[in-house]
Design a protein around this ligand. Structure first.
Ligand SMILES: NC(=O)c1ccc[n+]([C@@H]2O[C@H](COP(=O)([O-])OP(=O)(O)OC[C@H]3O[C@@H](n4cnc5c(N)ncnc54)[C@H](OP(=O)(O)O)[C@@H]3O)[C@@H](O)[C@H]2O)c1
Length: 346
């Protein structure tokens, strides 16, 4: 089968030649069923997350031994089932996530980890759901318990997790403020009916949000969703209400922010550190339940997945470029069985 293999650490966004850390293997061994409840999935699509990029750079918290096949969330068609598989049959449409290995034509998972993709939901879009929407669902619904009267501020709002937070925030009925860089991203967020969008390449974020809050007679931000870190976090802290909640999601800026404990004390802030993947170890079944709810939201049209770029696996370097160069609006995908050239859906 075809699989993308990370053979050494480095930037995967360069040309895929002998210097590249990623190599396309055309005859990588097809994984075999490894238990009686195992299911093999023929992968239709897999999504790129910032974490996949960081992992190949060697800058992610989980550092697998080399060589490894990267990739986490995926969708596809059931290709083979173990003798005790009771939930799925060959031909079923499924999606799931793994810690590694989805940048390949086949992947094996236990039946308990797979989710059925509802009829009417696009299979490529379903592969974009688990990590990004799963993270925002756990963060906003389970941790912050966001309600319709609250103000949600999302940094990096046009990125993978950011856009999912915007949509889930709207689905919860919150007043959503989005921060993103550049005309295209801002225009897209406005088209979704976001309450206020700030272009961080042109405007002072703090001033713009303060003006919006004042015009709407709102005191401040109740929930901060932060996948960026660095200076944007520092600026956002000035906007938070008494009793606000801070969701620490990631550090796309490359800078881990400092949130002074004395501010948290005086303002009664709650700081939630959130590592989505770790729920799989500490709360078995929790992520699957969260994803089932999200798939039902997708089926009802409460959330719609936006994919800005789709590539074939042989063009994986271009997919990583889109992430690295902050081009993505929503998700960047790798799709299999797709013979067309790289394209942008923008
Ligand atoms: N905690 C968890 O369990 C969890 C789960 C998923 C993701 N994450 C983390 O969340 C972060 C975002 O992931 P993602 O997959 O959504 O990535 P993404 O699609 O690339 O989005 C990242 C966004 O961050 C913004 N950004 C600001 N400064 C940046 C910089 N210097 N370099 C790159 N981007 C910058 C960009 O928006 P503008 O260009 O508009 O500024 C971009 O849209 C990552 O740190 C990732 O590891 C954490």
């Amino acid at each position: 089968m075809e699989a993308l293999v990370c053979e050494k650490l480095g930037d995967p966004g360069g040309k895929m030649d002998e210097n590249s850390p990623i190599v396309l293997s055309k005859n990588y061994p097809i994984p075999q069923l490894d238990s009686t409840t195992a299911v093999r999935v023929r992968v239709k699509a897999t999504s790129l997350n910032y974490a996949n990029y960081l992992q190949i750079l060697g800058k992610y918290q989980e550092k697998p031994p080399l060589p490894f096949v990267p990739g986490s969330d995926y969708s596809g068609i059931v290709d083979a089932v173990g003798p005790n598989v009771s939930i799925f049959k060959v031909g079923d449409r499924v999606c799931s996530f793994a810690s590694l290995g989805s940048f390949a034509q086949f992947i094996v998972a236990d039946q308990s980890q797979l989710l059925r993709v509802p009829e009417g939901c696009d299979l490529v879009e379903a592969a974009a759901l688990p990590v990004a929407y799963g993270t925002s669902h756990v963060a906003l619904v389970h941790r912050a318990r966001l309600t319709s009267s609250q103000v949600l501020l999302v940094l990096g709002a046009a990125g993978g997790v950011g856009l999912s937070a915007v949509q889930i925030g709207k689905a919860c009925g919150a007043i959503v403020i989005a921060v993103a860089r550049g005309f295209e991203k801002v225009g897209f967020l406005k088209s979704l009916g976001v309450d206020h969008v700030v272009d961080s390449s042109k405007e002072d974020v703090t001033m713009s949000v303060k003006d919006f809050l004042k015009a709407r007679k709102l005191k401040g931000v109740d929930v901060l969703y932060d996948p960026v870190g660095g200076k944007p976090t520092k600026a956002a802290l000035k906007l938070l209400n008494w009793g606000a909640q801070i969701l620490v999601i990631g550090f796309a800026s490359g800078e881990i922010p400092v949130i002074p404990a004395n501010f948290a004390l005086v303002k009664n802030w709650t700081i939630h550190g959130l590592y989505w993947g770790s729920y799989g170890i500490h709360r078995p079944g929790f992520l699957e339940d969260s994803l089932r709810e999200l798939l039902s939201w997708m089926e009802k049209g409460l959330i719609t997945i936006h994919i800005s770029h789709i590539y074939s696996v042989s063009e994986a370097n271009l997919a990583f470029c889109a992430i690295r160069d902050r081009k993505a609006i929503g998700k960047v995908m790798i799709a299999f069985d797709d013979k067309t050239s790289p394209r942008s859906k923008l």
